[in-house]
Design a protein. Structure first.
Length: 232
C-alpha cells in the first residue's frame, strides 16, 4: 500500500515527491509543485493539473464527430490526472465511460490519493468503469466495442512514453483500434504536436474524415487532437 507524503509548497518552492512507484513499465512519480500535481513516468513529464483544455477538447471533439448519436459509449485511454474522465462524466450525453489505465499507482492516486479531488465525482458515477490493463493489449484482445476511443497515453504518436506503445500507432494497432469502434465511431488521439505522418497513417488504415483540431498553448506549437472515423 502506498504511503502519501503530506506536503505543502509555494509556486517558487522545489517540487515535492508525494509518491514514487516501480511498476512493470518503469518508474511513475506523483509530485506537487506549488498548487499543481504532476505525473512523471520514467523521468518524462506527462501532465499536470494546470490546464485541462486539451483533454476536454479530446473528449468533446470525439463526441461532436458522432453527429448526435444517442448515449454513446466512450473508451478513454489513460487516466492521467483525470481531466478527460471528469469532463466525460460531467456530460450526460455519454451513456458509458470506460477508462483504461495500466499503472496501479495512478489508479490509487485517484481512488484514495491526492487526485481524488479531481475525479471523485466521476468515479462515483455509475456510468464509469476503470479497466486496469494495458491499452495496447486491450484494443488488440478485447471484444467490447465503443462509439469513441479517446487516447492520451503518450505525448503523441511520435513521442511515446514507453517503446511498446509504438505499436498502437502502427497499421496493426490502428486496425485494432478500428475493430474496437462501432460503425461510424470515432478515434481521437491527443498529441503535443501535429503529425502529418499520423494523419496519413489514419487514412491508410481506412479511417474517414481525418482531420486535426488545434489547442493553443502559451508557447511553441499547439497541441492537437487527431481524429478519424470508422466507416458506417
Amino acid at each position: 500500500m502506498a504511503t502519501y507524503a503530506a506536503a505543502t509548497a509555494t509556486h517558487t518552492a522545489a517540487p515535492v515527491i508525494l509518491d514514487r512507484r516501480e511498476g512493470p513499465y518503469g518508474e511513475v512519480v506523483l509530485r506537487r509543485h506549488g498548487e499543481l500535481l504532476q505525473i512523471i513516468a520514467n523521468g518524462c513529464f506527462l501532465m499536470d493539473t494546470s490546464d485541462g483544455r486539451s483533454e476536454r477538447l479530446l473528449v468533446d471533439a470525439a463526441r461532436d464527430t458522432l453527429d448526435g448519436r444517442r448515449s454513446p459509449a466512450v473508451l478513454i485511454g489513460g487516466l492521467g490526472v483525470g481531466f478527460s474522465l471528469a469532463h466525460a462524466a460531467a456530460d450526460p450525453r455519454w451513456g458509458r465511460v470506460a477508462v483504461v489505465e495500466r499503472e496501479q499507482a495512478i489508479i490509487d492516486w485517484h481512488t484514495g490519493g491526492p487526485l481524488a479531488e479531481l475525479s471523485g465525482a466521476a468515479l462515483a458515477d455509475p456510468r464509469t468503469q476503470i479497466l486496469h490493463t494495458d491499452l495496447v493489449t486491450y484494443v488488440s484482445e478485447a471484444s467490447e466495442t465503443y462509439d469513441a476511443l479517446c487516447l492520451d497515453i503518450d505525448n503523441g504518436p511520435d513521442w511515446t512514453v514507453t517503446e511498446g506503445n509504438n505499436s498502437l500507432y502502427s497499421p496493426a494497432g490502428l486496425a485494432a483500434c478500428k475493430a474496437r469502434l462501432n460503425p461510424g465511431g470515432v478515434l481521437a488521439v491527443w498529441s503535443a504536436q501535429p503529425s502529418s505522418a499520423f494523419d496519413d497513417a489514419l487514412r491508410n488504415a481506412g479511417f474517414q474524415r481525418v482531420r486535426t483540431e488545434e489547442i493553443p498553448v502559451a508557447r511553441g506549437v499547439p497541441d492537437v487532437v487527431h481524429l478519424g472515423v470508422r466507416a458506417a
